[in-house]
Write a protein that binds this ligand. Sequence first.
Ligand code: ZN
Length: 439
Amino acid sequence: MTMNIPGKKVDLETIGEDIFRLIEEMYPICRSITGDGVRKTLAILQRHIPMVVHEIPTGTQVFDWVVPKEWNIRDAYIKNPQKKKIVDFHRSNLHVLNYSVPVKKVLPLAELKHHLFSIPEYPDQIPYRTSYYKESWGFCLSHNDLQTLEDGDYEILIDSSLNEGHLTYAEHYIEGKREDEVLVSCHICHPSLANDNLAGIALSTLLAKHINQTQPEYSYRFLFIPGTIGAITWLALNPDVIRLIKHGLVISGGGDGGAFTYKKSRKGDAEIDRSMTHVLEHYGKKFNIEEFSPYGYDERQYCSPGFNLPVGRLSRTPYGEYPEYHTSADNLDFVKVDNLAETFSVLSSLHHTLENNRTYQNTNPRCEPQLGRRGLYDVIGGHSDSKEAHLAILWVLNLSDGDNSILNIAQRSGISFQNIKEAADSLERVDLLEIVGEG
Ligand code: ZN
């Protein structure tokens, strides 16, 4: 399986494996919205792409929010009345309620139970729970394990710290020919969860790496930020960049085997919405297009009314709609190389579409120009699907009135963007088209 990224052949299977290996490397780290887990993760990514890492102090006001205290953790366990460790942070970092305050004590089971979380519907799985904005502590364990606990005194330890510190996030910027930017955003705040979080991080990183090998038209800004507070912080601190954003995408959960799901921006018909819909229509796999709603990942912040940025979201199965979501079953077995490769392929088709969208004017708009005289039938004859190539030329000539972009023509004709682009390129070469606008 190979694909074309502008001017470059890429082996998709190799990319899928690279993405998977990166997920594997980040998987054991205990991340949160702040702390050393985020820094360690960013250090791994920096081996692939250069980044500017930002450290925003605790207490910084960001719109209606305040940057929280920094959380770090070294150890946590529960010992049963026989002094046996029955819950151990070093076996799974999901065992600790993320952002737990430090605690060390002995307490009876009845009291401990107020601080234990399990999922009765999925009794084998450890749930992922957080308490970022309310100081609390707790443990997560499988419902099966919870039910085996006998009465008696339990020794518990959470060796964590919640102190003044920083919120850490990173940016990777690729300078294009234009100042206008494409924003790609993923969250970096989940601990050992492979699809929700790590797949998005790894896909973004490899996409950045590939765009770096091209000379893009747009400038690209990749954000690696903690969910919600990270997006709010970035938006609050970057008023000058925001006006440059022409298209944006939140990437999350691209490693499961479900149908692609694209959630439109609040605008609903932004170029990113139309481009992604078109890419998925021609990709040949099942997909769903969702209308915008003010619930979900960081598109909520980018699409808040004060910004209303054209930012959509690409996932496979939407969050919360697969049983592995936010549990220990979202592990390295759940994400597959082939799924990651497919998602990467969709992302690079989107990139190709955004990069190559243009608007042209037909220079010979009164009746059809004579194509044979200009050698255009030769071009068509060499094409594997010459009837569609001929149709593509007719569509481009007819709709290039200065108002319709190549994407519009592709959408209206039902022909793929790539074929419409090739038709426009050959017409431009014989001066039957002149460019009148980008996008
Ligand atoms: Zn999540």
